[in-house]
Structures are given as structure tokens and as C-alpha cells.
Unconditional design. Structure first.
Length: 296
């Protein structure tokens, strides 16, 4: 009953935010809903007690022209999708422009995501996101130009040379298929780390930033009671070769770690054991970020 109410509340917020956007940006070249059916379903869901949850997310595009003298001809498009639980969860936004290289685009999008995570958590944030893009996006076009215009020999180097480590928190992880995905996807994307199933569930993945982002986008598409990135670490790699990547890793592969509390039938994990494991890997400070208490 309560989740049903929360769902309707979230749906109402989405509709009022869409209304606001269409009144602020009446022209199609500024704001266009790409899936009218999804909006109709959402409205129907809000207005009818008996209506089913909509079957697809609301998707729309916001186009932004930053007010920058030298970039007068630049336009950024924000392709947006609102997950059903938005604004409780983050919107899915991809900012694009013909003048951005792939690595500039990845950089811009991950900074926008970070900004929203830190400043608009749980709040409707499409206008904030648009403002941020308007104010900051043009700067990304010039970023890294110096390095990308170097000879073609260098162009063969992989562009994305940031090493990331994501610390993911889930309300619980029991499902066998999910546990299999967590391990298989890490293998496929050359990520290392660990997963602690049970309640709460903890997942750590580390490796190339683009692989971590891909992993997270797959993971969050599964159905979770609650899942979020509690903390992330990003390190620029010099040259980004394989040796550099290996040097940054704190874990060798991604494996499941069960710290069973005695007699708890494998559900509640022994957090003391988790703390000692993290301490061994030089990550003890993370414990506090997860559980808000000093380890012991």
C-alpha cells in the first residue's frame, strides 16, 4: 500500500515537472517529448486508482544553447529518461554535441551525474540539470584538446584513461541470478572487486571508468528495493596502459565474500569480518561511509 502511494506521488511529481518544462520551453527545438504514449500512461496511472504501473519510462529531449561568445553555434542536446522511481532515483541523462569527442562526452556526463547526486538527491532536478549544462558544457569542448590533437600514433591509445572504484550499497542481495550477473559482468568488463551478499548487500567494482559506468548502468536496470553508489574513487592514469591499471587495483578478481554471522542462516553478515577484510585491503575508511560508524 505505501509503495503504491509513493509510486503515485513520484508519478505526480514527474507530470508536474513535465508541465513546467513545456510551459517554460514551448518550442519543439527546445523541449520535445519523444514518447507521448508513456506520458499518457503516466497521467492515466495518476488519475485512476486501478491503473497499472506504466510500461515505459517518459523520455524527452532538452536542447540547450549556452551563452558563450566563441561557442555561439554550439548546441547541446540532453536526452532524458525518467525511471519510474524518479525523483527518488536519479534521472537518466545523456548530453551530446557534435563538437564533443567521446572522452569529453563521457567526462561531461559523469560530472553532471555527480553534480546531481550531490545537489539534487531525491528532488526534481531537470531544470538544475539544464542550468548546469548551459553554464558548464561548453568548457568540455576545449578540455583535453591539447592531448587529443597530438599525432595519430597517440590517437590509437584508448581515450578513457581514468581508473574508477565504485562502492555500491544495496538493501539486500539474495537472488541467485543477480549474484551470477554481478560476477559474470565484472569478468566480461575486466573489473575486479568483491560482492558481499545478504542484508545489506555490498558491491565494490574497480577498473577502467567506462567499464565501471557500463557495469553500473546494467546493475541498476535490475529490480532492487534500493541500490545506490555510496562512494566513488576516480584516478587519472598516466598513459593508461594495462600495467598502470593493475597497479591501481586493490582486488585481483571479483569474488563473492560471505562473512556469515554464526547462526544467522547466511542472511545477516558479520560486519566485523567485513571491516577486517576492508582493513586488509587498505580500504577501512570505506566502512564508515557504508555504515556511519567507526569500525573496530
Amino acid at each position: 500500500e505505501t509503495t503504491e502511494m509513493a509510486n503515485r506521488e513520484e508519478a505526480e511529481i514527474q507530470i508536474s515537472e513535465l508541465d513546467l518544462l513545456s510551459s517554460m520551453f514551448p518550442y519543439e527545438e527546445e523541449f520535445v517529448v519523444t514518447d507521448q504514449l508513456a506520458v499518457a500512461e503516466l497521467k492515466h496511472y495518476v488519475e485512476n486508482e486501478s491503473a497499472e504501473m506504466p510500461s515505459s519510462k517518459v523520455q524527452f529531449t532538452l536542447n540547450v544553447k549556452p551563452e558563450v561568445s566563441n561557442a555561439s553555434r554550439v548546441e547541446f542536446s540532453m536526452a532524458c529518461a525518467l525511471p519510474f522511481k524518479y525523483p527518488t532515483v536519479q534521472p537518466e541523462i545523456t548530453v551530446r554535441s557534435s563538437l564533443l569527442s567521446r572522452s569529453q562526452q563521457i567526462h561531461l556526463n559523469s560530472d553532471l551525474k555527480m553534480y546531481l547526486m550531490q545537489n539534487c538527491s531525491g528532488e526534481p532536478c531537470m531544470l538544475s540539470a539544464r542550468e548546469w549544462v548551459k553554464d558548464h558544457a561548453a568548457a568540455y569542448i576545449d578540455k583535453e584538446l591539447s592531448s587529443s590533437s597530438v599525432t595519430t600514433a597517440n590517437a590509437m591509445q584508448p581515450e578513457d584513461t581514468t581508473f574508477s572504484r565504485l562502492w555500491i550499497y544495496s538493501h539486500h542481495i539474495y537472488n541467485k541470478q543477480k549474484r551470477k550477473n554481478i560476477i559474470d559482468w565484472a569478468k566480461e568488463l575486466s573489473l575486479s572487486g568483491f560482492c558481499m551478499p545478504g542484508k545489506p548487500g555490498v558491491i565494490c567494482v574497480e577498473g577502467l571508468q567506462c567499464s565501471c559506468e557500463e557495469y553500473w548502468s546494467r546493475l541498476r536496470r535490475l529490480t532492487w528495493k534500493r541500490i545506490l553508489i555510496r562512494h566513488r574513487e576516480d584516478v587519472s592514469l598516466e598513459g593508461g596502459g594495462d600495467a598502470e591499471i593493475q597497479k591501481q587495483r586493490k582486488f585481483s578478481t571479483l569474488e563473492e565474500k560471505c562473512f556469515d554471522a554464526h547462526g544467522a542462516r547466511g542472511n545477516h553478515m558479520d560486519l566485523g569480518q567485513l571491516y577486517r577484510f576492508l582493513e586488509e585491503k587498505g580500504c577501512a575508511d570505506i566502512f564508515q561511509m557504508y555504515f556511519g560508524v567507526e569500525g573496530h
